[in-house]
Design a protein around this ligand. Structure first.
Ligand code: PMP
Length: 807
């Protein structure tokens, strides 16, 4: 290792200019670029193909058999903006290895990868590789590559979701392509090959005493790796943050440079090396790495064993880096390149040493949608058939169960659920597991707080305050007072009390088909229930208005909002005791209906004109699902008086919230205490905070927007081909597909919808139906839902609809 660095070429910029002229006929200026073992120069073209005198003695390189190596390209060099990289190899570099690099670049350029690759510029005599002698008489191979534009990943800040995903995808595409590539020179012994980390390990004696133990501990983890269980292939092996070029405006990776570390090794090492550098200087290194792993896995799936070792390998790379740097600074104290990543690497190693042993692997398993907790920790399972029988015996018959043949789900991760047989299902309907099933950050936040304290709100606790601050910060003024409860039903129940307390009135206006909860008052407030089987009809204090359904309702098309709002105004006129108008910001049980423009604005105005209170039920629709907005009511350009929250708020933890104005809260404080044993406890608040953090850190609202739009466009294309699809609607990742037998009469295709849901389940995709006519397929998945998931859903729907006859 040291000799290679010592035998790095020593060519001056003038020398590089002369090489360009003599070998390539290019008149250029030259600027040195950093390199550890080789020398690279950025050449800028002045004019081309001019002879220039040289003190060097270049000669076209001969193929080992004595035959001149012919390039696949014509003799005229070209680079889009006249820039090239002149690569002068270390004197120890073998010709075959440079040949491997050239072949590999060409192989990748010819494969279907979203990245750009340099072109290899031949010499005047059409050789891809030439040889020069420097002034000391030592020989070096020379290559010229076209320059690729971009900014180093290291210089782009911050690394957002899109960029991290692009890095993961790029690496995965390269690795997938290189699975088909091989070259004898890649099968070499190389000290940066993570299999050979023992070479670095022997240098730990050179490290400062205080840090030696830390590095030795990490090498101990490396030692446990079972290399025989991993896949092998030729890998780039050095996607460090200076070798990854980014298109800053597009926030995507342009290319990965520098093939000097290519080696045949465990494929996962390529990802591990990239992660090692990506984690540098990050506020949450593991979270950022997790996002890269997720995108990698979706493009080129990792094996379970690879997922379980990638973190140990990434840390090993950092350890190798600090060990080699310790050695090299002894030999070449003035080589700046050696120290580039040294200080941040130490800082990162220090931070990682504080992280619990299995945490990174939990995050990475989650990133890959694998159950985070190994099945071996699960309780002894009972047969699924027995469970169904026992369930019937011990739970009320009104408790329903999905699917003709029920599922026995035992674990969840990300947007996936796993049944007791280990089969994976894509969850397209669970809007409770908002940031992903069993998200490790949420699980950790809840369990750490649970281990510390869980009690009621009669004590002061920072979690309650911090959560109230964070939650209200997402809402417009004057929505600044929070009541924490345990469910959406409780939230709406409290909202009704607040409205009654504030107005001194009793009645409520609700939308047909609406569902607001399971308590007695909420059943009374939910036409979905009181008008349905077992329901006792509309109570006298409740006034129903028609669903603002611009597809099937009395008023259709773009201008329908005002007409439906007039129904609310009419209800206000007829009732003289209206305290509140309850409306979901998009109608979920009503059939995934997006409110037509102007609806809430005009309806709210009518309600407020008589002193009524407007309640936005965001239980199904909130927390970024709408895509363009954090709250669905914002799509209607209104500010409600009360907002009720539930389902996604705790990612499955029983949590709900009511947020209102100081004025309404003051009216409610009439002397009667509001006490809720569980509402607002420190565990619930820690959980809610973690959910907000994940939505922000993983940019899930943006994902909802991008993937939601992509999915909606894809399903709309299906609508052109399948007459059964009457309407496709939605915002972000809140979508509905309404099935009809006749696009004129809109005869609901309810049994067809059930058929589609059942058959999709057989294909491993979970959907369900909704709407008063049971003919709307609803899509409201965890917000980590990806384009790949969307593609699968669209393709599966397409093939199924081809076979679905109408009843
Ligand atoms: N409001 C709406 C719009 C809902 O969809 C639901 C639940 N489906 C609720 C309120 C009640 O929430 P929970 O089941 O948490 O009590």
């Amino acid at each position: 290792m040291t000799t290679a660095v010592q035998r790095a070429p020593r060519i001056t910029s003038d020398g590089a200019v002369r090489i360009a002229a003599k070998l390539y006929g290019l008149r250029v200026s030259a600027e040195p670029l950093p390199s550890e073992r080789d020398q690279n120069f950025l050449l800028r073209l002045i004019t081309s193909r001019e002879e220039s005198p040289s003190s060097l003695t270049p000669s076209p390189c001969l193929h080992p058999e004595g035959e001149e190596k012919k390039s696949g390209y014509g003799p005229e060099p070209s680079s889009a903006d006249g820039q090239f990289v002149l690569k002068i190899a270390n004197a120890e570099e073998a010709f075959e290895f440079l040949e491997l690099q050239n072949q590999l670049i060409r192989f990748l350029a010819a494969s279907k990868i979203e990245l750009e690759f340099a072109r290899i510029v031949p010499t005047k005599t059409a050789a891809d590789i030439a040889k020069i002698k420097d002034e000391n008489g030592s020989e070096h191979f020379v290559r010229l590559l076209t320059w690729l534009d971009g900014v180093c990943l290291a210089e782009v800040k911050p690394h957002g979701r899109r960029l991290l995903a692009s890095l993961g995808r790029s690496l995965a595409q390269m690795d997938a392509a290189l699975a088909e590539f091989d070259h004898p020179a890649a099968h070499r012994f190389f000290y940066w090959d993570l299999r050979n980390a023992n070479i670095a390990r022997e240098l730990t004696g050179l490290l400062p005493h205080s840090r030696r133990k830390l590095v030795e501990r990490f090498f101990g983890e490396w030692e446990k790796i079972d290399w025989s269980s991993l896949r092998f292939s030729v890998i780039h092996n050095d996607a460090n943050d200076y070798n990854v070029l980014v298109d800053e405006s597009e926030r995507r990776v342009n290319t990965v440079l520098d093939y000097g570390d290519v080696v045949y090794s465990a494929t996962v090492c390529n990802l591990a090396v990239a992660l090692a550098y990506l984690m540098l200087d990050k506020p949450d290194p593991i979270g950022a790495a997790g996002q890269v792993v997720a995108a990698y896995h979706e493009t080129y799936p990792l094996t379970g064993r690879e997922i379980d070792v990638v973190y140990a390998l990434a840390v090993t790379r950092l350890c190798c880096s600090v060990c080699y740097a310790a050695k090299q600074t002894r030999c070449a104290p003035d080589n700046e390149y050696l120290n580039i990543s040294n200080a941040p690497a130490w800082a990162l190693l220090d931070r990682l040493s504080d992280i619990a042993g299995d945490w990174p692997t939990r995050v990475f398993r989650y990133a890959c949608g694998l159950p985070v907790v190994s099945q071996k920790y699960a309780r002894q399972r009972r047969a699924s058939a027995d469970l169904i029988e026992e369930r019937k015996r011990h739970t009320g018959p009104s408790l329903s169960i999905s699917y003709q043949s029920p599922l026995h789900i035992v674990s969840g991760s990300r947007q996936y659920l796993y049944d007791s047989a280990g089969r994976r299902y894509l969850d397209c309907v669970n809007n409770v597991a908002h940031v992903g099933h069993s998200h490790p950050y949420v699980v950790r936040a809840a369990s750490e707080q649970m281990a510390m304290l869980n009690t009621n709100t009669r004590y002061v606790h920072e979690n309650l305050i911090e959560y109230a601050e964070r939650l209200t910060a997402t809402l417009p003024e004057p929505l600044s007072v929070v009541y924490l409860v345990c469910s959406g039903s409780e939230a709406n129940e409290l909202a009704l009390r607040l409205a009654r307390g504030h107005t001194g009135r009793n009645d409520a206006i609700v939308v047909e088909g609406a569902y607001h909860g399971n308590t007695s008052a909420m059943i009374d407030l939910s036409p979905y229930k009181f008008d349905g089987p077992g329901g006792r009809g509309c109570p006298s204090w409740v006034h129903k208005v028609p669903m603002p359904d611009a597809y099937r309702g009395a008023h259709r098309g773009a201008g329908a909002g005002k007409f439906y709002a007039a129904d609310v105004a009419e209800a206000v006129r007829q009732g003289d005791d209206v305290a509140a108008f309850f409306c979901e910001s998009a109608l979920a049980c009503g059939g995934q209906i997006i409110l037509p423009p102007e609806y809430l604005r005009e309806a709210f105005a009518a309600v407020r004109a008589v002193g009524g209170v407007c309640v936005a039920d965001e239980v199904q629709t909130g927390f970024g699902r709408a895509g363009e907005h954090f709250w669905m009511f914002e799509t209607q350009d209104v500010v409600p008086d009360i907002v009720t929250l539930g389902k996604p708020i705790g990612n499955g933890h029983p949590l709900g919230a009511v947020i209102t104005t100081p004025e309404i809260a003051a009216s409610f404080a009439n002397g009667m205490e509001y006490f809720n044993t569980f509402g607002g406890n420190p565990v619930s608040c820690a959980t809610g905070l973690a959910v907000l953090n994940v939505i922000r850190d993983e940019e899930l609202q943006l994902n909802a927007l991008e993937v939601g739009e992509y999915l909606k466009a894809g399903v709309r294309e299906l609508q052109d081909r399948h007459a059964l699809i009457g309407d496709v609607r939605g915002a972000g990742l809140f979508l509905g597909i309404e099935l009809v037998r006749d696009r004129e009469t809109l005869e609901p295709a309810d049994s067809e919808a059930t058929h589609v849901v059942e058959r999709m389940k057989e294909r491993g995709i979970l959907l369900s139906t909704d709407g008063p006519l049971h003919n709307v397929i609803k899509i409201k998945p965890p917000l980590v839902f990806s384009r790949v998931n969307a593609d699968l859903l669209i393709a599966s729907l397409d093939s199924l609809l081809k076979k679905t006859r109408q009843y």
